[in-house]
Write a protein that binds this ligand. Structure first.
Ligand SMILES: *Cc1c(COP(=O)(O)O)cnc(C)c1O
Length: 425
């Protein structure tokens, strides 16, 4: 039941690029180059997105502001440092589907996850368990384990890890909901990823949030692989919090400042504990340096330190491009591009290849996780030698993520040809 009739041919891929309404975004990114100067086929946006060309100029501009205005850059710069991060909340609003006041940009992802759990993981004697997916990203597992121990709870007892059924690769939504029902009186927090980094499965965040709330738990999501990659409606889905990074699909540079969402209903709550610092203080009175903390009326209340401007600069370049392209167009292209990759992989004359990622486009984003039976890392090294950068996960999985903002149908076509050559098919 394929809407588009794909063709396994270079001419076809090139024709798709010619009619791609987003094709003009590709030249606005730097592609790494091979030894002969030709661009690498870069399909690793799930790990580190490419550099927007404009980023370097914006970085230089900010260095000049520092040079020329020094401390006055906080107020007198064209884009004053005092309010520098606020624009990001507005730009991220359509990308994550939240009100600007529910979004803040601060710290890095795992740090934000901890800060959110300080507020939203409040175990009691009977309700103290955290639910995550088995095979969660290691940092998330470490974060929840350490939160449990911080509260004096043994992770052996306090952590529920959801596993797919025997012989299956993905968690079924019905099984997730049933697991919540089974432990409905003991779960304090449900904290899954939006998209699992290994399989590429996108979870039904809306249903999970609804069920989590029904049983009286808090619900948060790690959207590292989901932000800028799939449709998100954080406000409407009603989850309590979410965190994400900007260096994967959102192309804002290695270790770039991360995002956090706190649902509107938790803003301005005086009873909610939080680790506080001066940048979370109400900005009108922050510089009166009052002795008592008065929280900002938005998600900025969770900010602790003043904004690391230089680490935020690339977001200006990248989020502007994202909003210019628009999520609707990006998602339409993404679905087609990933389906094309899937189609081409399915044409390969071998039974060594198995795609771990769900087939249904609503259950995935750009990434396909390709298991190559009997392969080891040398396959990945071969791909790199032939000019393809994807991402290798032990023992035998290549993750390939065509990013709709800069990848082309030709990239996808050529990548599969190179894979074919490396596998000697
Ligand atoms: C990429 C990723 C991280 C990385 O965390 P940092 O704090 O940015 O180093 C954490 N969790 C998930 C699910 C990820 O995909």
């Amino acid at each position: 039941m394929q809407e588009v009739q794909f063709e396994d041919a270079l001419d076809y891929a090139k024709a798709q690029d010619v009619s791609d309404p987003l094709a003009h975004f590709r030249p606005q990114f730097h592609f790494p180059k091979q030894a002969d100067g030709s661009p690498i086929i870069y399909l690793c946006g799930n790990s580190l997105g490419l550099q927007p060309r404009l980023a370097q100029q914006l970085m230089q501009d900010e260095m000049d502001v520092w040079k020329e205005l020094a401390v006055e850059g906080h107020f007198k710069a064209e884009r004053p440092w005092m309010t520098y991060h606020e624009e990001f909340s507005r730009q991220l609003s359509p990308i994550v589907g939240a009100l600007p006041k529910e979004i803040t940009v601060m710290n890095t992802l795992s740090v934000n996850l901890h800060l959110m759990m300080v507020s939203f993981y409040r175990p009691t004697k009977s309700r103290y368990k955290i639910v995550i997916e088995g095979g969660a990203f290691p940092s998330d597992k470490y974060a929840v384990d350490s939160q449990l121990r911080f509260h004096g709870i043994d992770p052996q007892d306090g952590l529920i890890q959801l596993r797919p059924r025997m012989g299956e690769d993905h968690l079924r939504t019905e099984d997730i909901l049933q697991a919540l029902e089974r432990e409905k009186d003991s779960i304090a927090l449900v904290m899954l990823s939006g998209i699992n980094y290994y399989t590429g499965q996108c979870f039904d965040m809306k249903s999970i949030t609804k069920k989590g709330h029904e049983i009286g738990a808090m619900v948060g999501f790690d959207l590292a692989h989901a932000a800028g990659n799939v449709r998100l409606q954080l406000h409407d889905w009603g989850m309590d919090f979410a965190v994400w990074c900007h260096y994967k699909y959102l192309n804002s540079g290695p270790g770039c400042i991360a995002g956090a969402f706190v649902h509107e209903r938790h803003l301005n709550r005086k009873d909610l504990p939080r680790f506080e610092g001066w940048w979370g203080h109400h900005k009108e009175s922050r510089f009166k340096m009052p002795a008592t903390f008065e929280p900002a009326p938005n998600a900025d209340a969770w900010q602790i330190s003043n904004a690391p401007i230089l680490a935020m600069v690339p977001m200006r370049a990248s989020l502007a491009l994202f909003n210019e392209a628009g999520m609707d167009r990006l998602l339409a292209k993404s679905k087609k591009l990933t389906a094309y990759l899937e189609f081409l992989l399915n044409q390969l004359p071998t039974d060594r290849i198995r795609i771990l990622t769900p087939k249904d486009p609503k259950d995935r984003g750009a990434q396909l996780s390709i298991q190559v039976k009997g392969a080891d890392r040398s396959l990945f090294d071969d791909l790199v030698k032939n000019g393809v950068i994807g991402d290798w996960r032990e023992p035998d999985v290549i993750r390939i993520s065509p990013a709709p903002i800069y990848n082309s149908f030709e990239d996808v076509y050529r990548m599969v040809q190179i894979l074919k050559k490396c596998l000697q098919l």
